[in-house]
Design a protein around this ligand. Structure first.
Ligand SMILES: Cc1cc2nc3c(=O)[nH]c(=O)nc-3n(C[C@H](O)[C@H](O)[C@H](O)COP(=O)(O)O)c2cc1C
Length: 328
C-alpha cells in the first residue's frame, strides 16, 4: 500500500494533510480530534501581535499604545479564548497529548512585540512556527518595494531571534511574486504557505456597515494557489504548503502534482466534519495505488512548471488554449 509519509519544515509527518490554523485547533480537544481523524500535523489558531503587545505593555506597567478600543475589539471580534500565557499552556499541553507535530502561529504586521514571546513558544515545545504576515497594502504612499521590505524585515528579525523552523503564510497580492518569494526563501525560512484567505469584505446596505461574508472557501478558489505552487516549485529554496479551497482528495492530489509539500485545510472540515480527513487520505491512497506510486515523492511536482520543456511557452499556450476553448 502507498506510503503517505512526508517531511515538512524538517519534521516527519505521517501524511501531507495539515489542519490549517483555525478555531478547529484552538484547544486540546480539537487538536486531539485532528490527530484521531488522521491529520499529519496541526497549525494552531494564530495569536495576534496586538494581543502580545497589550500583554507586554501591561507587564511593563505601560499604558497600551494602540487604539483604546482595539484590544477589546480584537478579543471580542475574534472570540479569542486565550491570551499569550494560555497559548503557551496550550502548546505544552498539546505536546503531551498528541504525537503529531504542533505548529504555532503568530499573526503579525511588524517585528515588534512578539519576538521575545516567540522564544517562549519555542520553549513551550512547538515544533515550528507559521508566521501569518497580514499586511494590507492600503497606504497609497508606499511602493511595492516598500511593502516587500516590511515583510523581509519581519522575516529577518524572526530568523535572527528564533531557532524554530519558520514558514511564512502570505496572500497573493504581490507585483512580482516569483522574485519576492525567492527573496523571502533566501532569508532563512523553510516554508511558504500559499495563500492566506483574507477576510471577505462586504457592505450591509441596510445597517450601513462593513461586514464579513463567505467565511468558508469554495473549491473554485484553489486555482490561484495551484498555479503559483506549480510556478514556484523548485524555483525557490522553500517547501510549499498549499491552502485555500482544498476540499477533497482530488484537490490534494492536484496540489501535490503541482509541487506542494503539504496541504493545509480548514473549510472542508467546518462543512463536513473531521471525517473528511479520513476520506481524503483513503482516496489519496487508492489513487496512488492505482497509479503505482509508492510514495508521494514519486509524483510530487510532476505537473509543475519546472517539468515543462519550455515554461514560458507552456504558460502562454495554456492561456491561449483556455481562451479559444471558451468559444467551442
Ligand atoms: C473560522 C476560521 C478561523 C481561521 N483562523 C485563522 C487563524 O487564526 N490564523 C490563520 O493564519 N488562518 C486562519 N484561518 C485561515 C485558514 O488557516 C486557511 O488558511 C483558510 O481558511 C483557507 O483554507 P480553507 O479553504 O481550507 O478554509 C481561519 C479560517 C477559518 C475558516
Amino acid at each position: 500500500m502507498a506510503d503517505l509519509s512526508t517531511s515538512y519544515l524538517g519534521l516527519h509527518l505521517k501524511n501531507p494533510l495539515i489542519i490549517a490554523s483555525s478555531t478547529l485547533v484552538q484547544n486540546v480537544k480539537g487538536i486531539k480530534e485532528a490527530e484521531a481523524a488522521g491529520a499529519g500535523a496541526v497549525v494552531l489558531r494564530s495569536l495576534f501581535e496586538e494581543i502580545i503587545r497589550e500583554e507586554t505593555q501591561k507587564q511593563q506597567g505601560e499604558v497600551y499604545s494602540g487604539h483604546p478600543e482595539e484590544y477589546d475589539y480584537i478579543l471580542s471580534e475574534l472570540n479569542l479564548q486565550y491570551g499569550p500565557q494560555n497559548y503557551l499552556k496550550l502548546i505544552s499541553e498539546a505536546k503531551t497529548k498528541v504525537k503529531i507535530p504542533v505548529v504555532a502561529s503568530i499573526n503579525c504586521t511588524s517585528p515588534k512585540w512578539w519576538l521575545s514571546y516567540a522564544k517562549q513558544v519555542e520553549q513551550a515545545g512547538a515544533d515550528a512556527l507559521e508566521l501569518n504576515l497580514s499586511l494590507m497594502p492600503t497606504d497609497p504612499g508606499k511602493t511595492s518595494l516598500d511593502i516587500e521590505q516590511e515583510f523581509l524585515n519581519v522575516i529577518k528579525a524572526a530568523r535572527d531571534n528564533i531557532k524554530l523552523p519558520i514558514a511564512v503564510k502570505i496572500g497573493p497580492y504581490f507585483t512580482s511574486l516569483s522574485r519576492f518569494a525567492n527573496q523571502m526563501c533566501g532569508s532563512g525560512i523553510k516554508g511558504l504557505v500559499l495563500f492566506n484567505r483574507f477576510y471577505q469584505f462586504d457592505i450591509d446596505i441596510d445597517q450601513n456597515e462593513i461586514v464579513g461574508v463567505n467565511w468558508y472557501s469554495h473549491p473554485s478558489e484553489m486555482s490561484l494557489s495551484l498555479r503559483w505552487i506549480s510556478i514556484l516549485y523548485r524555483h525557490i529554496n522553500c517547501e510549499l504548503a498549499a491552502t485555500t479551497g482544498i476540499h477533497d482528495a482530488k484537490a490534494v492530489i492536484k496540489q501535490l502534482l503541482a509541487g506542494a509539500q503539504v496541504v493545509e485545510i480548514a473549510s472542508t472540515i467546518y462543512l463536513n466534519g473531521f471525517t473528511v480527513v479520513k476520506k481524503i487520505l483513503s482516496e489519496l491512497t487508492t489513487w496512488m495505488d492505482q497509479h503505482h506510486y509508492q510514495k508521494i515523492s514519486d509524483f510530487r511536482g510532476k505537473l509543475s512548471l519546472s517539468k515543462q520543456k519550455n515554461p514560458e511557452l507552456y504558460e502562454r499556450l495554456q492561456y491561449i488554449k483556455a481562451l479559444t476553448g471558451i468559444e467551442k
